[in-house]
Design a protein around this ligand. Structure first.
Ligand code: HEC
Ligand code: HEC
Length: 281
């Protein structure tokens, strides 16, 4: 009789021990993941001070052959809606919008437009980067870039960018429309803020500085070039490559906590049921 009671007690201790082991393991994994996230996001002081290259280079000088190539492409693909000299027709006047605006709309595939009645969407671009630059060069050659528009196509250097700062600035300035994960969301009056999952660093900076469609313009008085580079690093890093989708990438704090609970209740619960079934058999 006493022997029997002891076996039962030992048998009950095994599942409880296993659940505890799972709990401790989960805790260790989540702690180490948190630690590695912190290590990655906090830039060291010396690194930040040694910032010699500017965070963004605005390239607005184009060769005459770029302008000529752009003119041919513009006449064949754009002038039917925007006019021979981009002065506007069905589509808006493009003179003075600057090369970054034109490069953004062409390189994201928004232009050329097929249907002028709906919001232009991101789609596979018809032109490669060199052609988009040429079209931008041609339009820029027609009129001086207007006040408030970037002087050239932004090339972003994110080597000294801070992901922690980028995250904070993204939450403050972008998440209201694009959502916290960058998945995009509907806005008022049939408009929508698109997903940020395919934009290149240049396109993110162009969107920030030129404010396409219903998006506000964030000028250099609102966000410095260094802050734009922080946001670009955050969007093209953690937003576009979240390391917590399935598998073992437990980098994010929220998913770690959730995964930990799922592990404890899910795996722990299943083990308890399995032991209970085994005991009855
Ligand atoms: C079918 C007509 C059509 C064609 C073809 C077309 N566009 Fe457009 N474009 C429009 C319309 C309409 C808008 C305004 C759309 C919007 O705001 O969503 C626009 C907007 C733009 C804008 C943004 C203007 C602004 O105020 O921000 C740019 C830049 C642009 N087009 C460049 C081009 C270029 C370059 C081409 C050729 C590669 C092109 N478009 C071809 C109709 C067209
Ligand atoms: C008021 C809402 C709003 C806010 C705030 C906003 N956006 Fe946008 N964003 C939009 C809309 C709307 C578009 C699409 C414009 C269009 O196509 O006509 C857009 C387009 C974009 C695109 C182009 C995506 C693609 O691949 O085509 C990028 C990149 C972008 N936004 C980044 C940002 C960033 C970064 C911030 C914060 C600094 C931000 N946006 C803040 C509304 C917003």
């Amino acid at each position: 009789m006493r022997n029997l009671r002891r076996t039962i007690r030992v048998r009950h201790l095994v599942p409880v021990g296993l659940v505890l082991a799972v709990a401790v393991g989960g805790l260790l994994v989540s702690l180490s993941a948190g630690a590695s996230t912190r290590a990655r996001t906090v830039p060291s002081g010396s690194q930040a001070l040694a910032a010699t290259p500017p965070p963004i280079r605005y390239v607005g000088n184009f060769t005459s052959s770029q302008v000529r190539e752009g003119q041919l492409l513009f006449e064949a693909n754009c002038s039917s809606c925007h006019g021979d000299r981009a002065q506007g027709a069905v589509g808006p006047n493009l003179q003075g919008l600057g090369p970054a605006t034109v490069d953004f709309w062409v390189s994201t595939g928004r232009m050329p437009l097929a249907d002028a009645s709906v919001q232009a969407t991101q789609k596979p671009p018809r032109f490669n980067g060199q052609q988009a630059t040429a079209i931008a060069a041609f339009v820029a050659s027609l009129a001086p870039t207007g006040q408030g528009f970037p002087s050239g196509i932004p090339h972003v250097d994110t080597r000294n960018a801070s992901l922690a700062m980028g995250n904070r600035l993204f939450v403050l300035n972008c998440a209201a429309c694009h959502t916290i994960t960058g998945a995009g969301d509907a806005l008022a009056a049939g408009a929508y803020a698109p997903s940020l999952h395919v934009a290149t660093p240049t396109q993110v900076a162009e969107a920030i500085r030129t404010g396409p469609g219903n998006m506000p313009v964030f000028g250099s008085g609102t966000l410095s070039d260094a802050q734009v580079a922080d946001i670009v690093a955050y969007v093209t890093g953690p937003i576009q490559h979240p390391n917590n989708r399935g598998g073992l990438g437990l980098g994010g704090i929220g998913p770690v906590a959730e995964g930990f609970v799922a592990l404890l209740i899910g795996v722990g619960g299943i083990m308890l049921i399995a032991f209970w079934l085994g005991e009855r058999a």
